[in-house]
Write a protein that binds this ligand. Sequence first.
Ligand code: NAG
Ligand code: NAG
Ligand code: NAG
Ligand code: NAG
Ligand code: NAG
Ligand code: NAG
Ligand code: NAG
Ligand code: NAG
Ligand code: NAG
Ligand code: NAG
Ligand code: NAG
Ligand code: NAG
Length: 801
Amino acid sequence: MSHPCLHLRLISVLLLCCILFASHVLMITALACRPDQIRALMQFKNEFESNGCNRSDYLNGVQCDNSTGAVTKLQLPSGCFTGVLKTNSSLFGFKHLRYLNISHNNFTSSSLPSEFNSLKRLEVLSLSSNGFIGQVPSSFSNLIHLTHLNLSHNELTGSFPLVKNLTKLSFLDLSYNQFSGTIPFDLLLTMPFLSHLDLKKNSLTGTFEVPNSSSYSRLVYLSLGQNQFEGKILEPISNFINLKHLDVSSLNTSYPIDLSIFSPLKSLLVLHLSRNRLLPASLNSSDIPLSLESLVMPRCDITEFPNILKTLQNLQHLDISSNMIKGKIPEWLWKLPHLSLVNLVNNSFTGFEGSSDVLLNSSVQLLDFAYNSMTGEFPLPPPNIIYLSAWNNSFTGTIPLQVCDRSSLTVLDLSYNKLTGPIPQCLSNLKIVNLRKNSLEGSIPDEFYSGAFTQTLDVGYNQLTGKLPRSLLNCSFLRFLSVDNNMIEDTFPFWLKDLPNLQVFTLRSNRFFGHLSPPDQGPLSFPELRILELSDNNFTGRLSQTFFVNWKASAIKVDEDGRIYMGDYKHAYYVYEDTMDLQYKGLFMEQGKVLTSYNTIDFSGNKLEGQIPESIGLLKALIALNLSNNAFTGHIPLSLANVTELESLDLSRNQLSGTIPRELGSLSFLAYISVAHNNLMGEIPQGPQFSGQAETSFEGNAGLCGLPLQGSCFAPPTQQPEEDDEEEEEVLNWKAVVIGYGPGLLSGLVIAHVIASYRPKWYLKIVGLDKPKEVKPVRFFASLDSRWDSYDNHVERESDT
Ligand SMILES: *[C@@H]1O[C@H](CO)[C@@H](O)[C@H](O)[C@H]1NC(C)=O
Ligand SMILES: *[C@@H]1O[C@H](CO)[C@@H](O)[C@H](O)[C@H]1NC(C)=O
Ligand SMILES: *[C@@H]1O[C@H](CO)[C@@H](O)[C@H](O)[C@H]1NC(C)=O
Ligand SMILES: *[C@@H]1O[C@H](CO)[C@@H](O)[C@H](O)[C@H]1NC(C)=O
Ligand SMILES: *[C@@H]1O[C@H](CO)[C@@H](O)[C@H](O)[C@H]1NC(C)=O
Ligand SMILES: *[C@@H]1O[C@H](CO)[C@@H](O)[C@H](O)[C@H]1NC(C)=O
Ligand SMILES: *[C@@H]1O[C@H](CO)[C@@H](O)[C@H](O)[C@H]1NC(C)=O
Ligand SMILES: *[C@@H]1O[C@H](CO)[C@@H](O)[C@H](O)[C@H]1NC(C)=O
Ligand SMILES: *[C@@H]1O[C@H](CO)[C@@H](O)[C@H](O)[C@H]1NC(C)=O
Ligand SMILES: *[C@@H]1O[C@H](CO)[C@@H](O)[C@H](O)[C@H]1NC(C)=O
Ligand SMILES: *[C@@H]1O[C@H](CO)[C@@H](O)[C@H](O)[C@H]1NC(C)=O
Ligand SMILES: *[C@@H]1O[C@H](CO)[C@@H](O)[C@H](O)[C@H]1NC(C)=O
């Protein structure tokens, strides 16, 4: 935060003094703050590791009283400090502090020192997202001037903090902790100014009993979701007549919730009801606050389209995803005058009531009806549409040309439908185009103009013919290009090398032909390329020895922290993540999300010949290499031993000769190897990487011997070791997913493409179908209640398996 008045006052003396001080920022602070305070500030900084911020960033957040020179405000930049907050910290010497915000730092495993009570003048205290553990000391009750207390997103335990005597408190945020026990209502009664109370995601129990009192009339924000309350939790809420925002998600009530209970809340704007059972009749007709702008009710077991929505003329955001609603989407929905975001994902809708232009008068801008059972022609898109997703339905007919007139359209996902006809000639305008798995025909339109916005283009699994459009070269933002499983007949697009951002490129199963090495026999140059899938085409010829030397992105190892999903596209209202079919360690995963650390090469099923280039050894970040089913000759390159991240190596069905280099035994992540059907000879190197493989990985090489093949080179056969399949989980154990939310959290319609998994159990859990063997695409979409419905769920699911 900057403090304009302070700066203004000092600007005139700035020139005079700058000779005396090393840094301007220090000087500004020094003038306002007493030297002993500056020393104490530096001492405080020295108590921690502060690599995340420099001195000036730190001091920028400091304000001192301009008459006494004492520190009155400290706003620590986020990510500044790491370490334990000790009871003797210099922090507790700043007795004049009125505003202290040390949120978003890392005090992991510190408990909250009771010494906070020495900061008696504090009005604002924000300690959120810091990893604090343990109980809140009772001495916090001494901070009687507090108006704002934020302890959210820590690991605090114990009963509801006894923040007695905080009579001035207006904001109290205890959300995302592990507080347990009941809510002490008499305590809250002593806070007549309380307007914002957030208790979401704790382990609070008991009922929600509010004594009759007008004290709650100031409450405008109340979040109780995701606790373990019992009994009549909701009735008292009708006392809070000035509420604007109410979150009662996941309440686990023993009876279905009657929406009429909210009718006294005449000012309510936002209502979160996710994961509750709702009384069906009350969804049809009840007295629900007409003021509502945002209604969030995914996973509420709703089976009929809620008729009450008809009365909500102010409604802007609607999320009824992941329910069991059947039939057609009523025509009246589109007449709500302010509707802008509608999430209908994962229901059993069969189509739209009304004619194909039913959406033309709608104000909706973000519309997702993916994962339903819609048939028939695709409706004409709403005029102001930004995000349109309908993936996984059964729409037939052609893609309406009107998508081309929608100048605000940014994301179009019609994948996994039965659409026919040509691809419209307007892809340049869109950032994300996903038309995968339809029956589209013709060629990819050659009309990408210079400055085209396209970042992701997936037209895989259609019946496209012709050549790759040369105008793709105009798409300098393009990072994900998938044309796999079509009938495109072309030579390798060396010309695409000028695309500065291309990361993923798959041509799998087409009719590409000719050489892969550039005409000058030099390296193939795609600066950012991480995934290149060329399998099942008709490529021929040799690869030059320098083929891989310019693959810069694949040559750099991504450290653990840098592993994020590739191509996630965040907007205030939605998140889109690129997904692709992953073939890895002999497994197939449809529509998996791709980590930036996922570097793979698949040239299998072509007619490549000659030696495997030694330059492959430069690709330090490569985790999967598949060169099988070609006509490679010569030896297995020794340099493969330098590809230390390699987890999956398939060189089967070639004409490789010589021995398997012993050095490959040092590839500690290698979990899948196949060199079957070559002309290899000698002893299979011993060691866990090799002996743990199936016998079939080595078969068809007349000269190979040793484990795991039957019979050893020198000694009688021994027991085959157990396969270590722990490793197998590794790549698919995609780390914590932050698909939750963009900046506009509250209104964040999050539609993220997800993780399919080859693990049947998982699949069952997500989609609830009973055909576990078939690996269908599974993508998540979350909802207005994004944190809960995507992030938390996801984590929950991951840890379930
Ligand atoms: C500093 O003090 C003067 C008078 O003492 C006052 O007018 C001014 O607003 C103060 N500035 C700040 C930033 O507190
Ligand atoms: C401190 O970091 C900020 C950005 O975080 C940068 O603008 C500033 O130049 C840095 N100052 C010094 C002295 O390194
Ligand atoms: C506290 O600081 C964080 C950044 O570290 C900021 O996001 C937040 O808005 C601040 N809160 C208050 C009450 O100043
Ligand atoms: C706090 O106490 C520890 C010992 O527990 C000591 O090492 C440290 O120097 C003290 N810090 C201050 C600021 O006094
Ligand atoms: C916080 O610090 C601890 C050690 O001090 C470290 O293990 C942990 O990874 C850090 N967490 C974050 C989110 O940086
Ligand atoms: C408390 O902090 C969290 C995380 O920094 C933030 O999301 C939340 O809005 C804050 N609460 C209040 C009431 O400011
Ligand atoms: C709270 O206030 C009461 C009376 O105002 C006082 O007796 C009591 O000591 C205070 N409690 C704390 C913990 O400060
Ligand atoms: C609150 O007042 C109503 C009538 O005004 C009464 O029926 C109810 O029992 C009272 N509740 C409590 C908890 O005192
Ligand atoms: C929901 O309530 C039932 C009993 O009413 C209890 O058995 C169950 O554990 C609760 N579920 C959660 C998630 O709290
Ligand atoms: C809701 O209203 C429709 C008619 O508008 C009716 O067919 C349906 O049975 C009603 N559902 C419930 C649960 O009352
Ligand atoms: C591959 O190319 C050869 C000759 O160049 C041709 O005979 C063959 O039909 C092609 N195969 C495919 C699948 O296109
Ligand atoms: C492996 O890499 C090292 C240095 O990175 C290099 O000196 C060595 O020659 C490489 N080995 C092979 C076989 O390419």
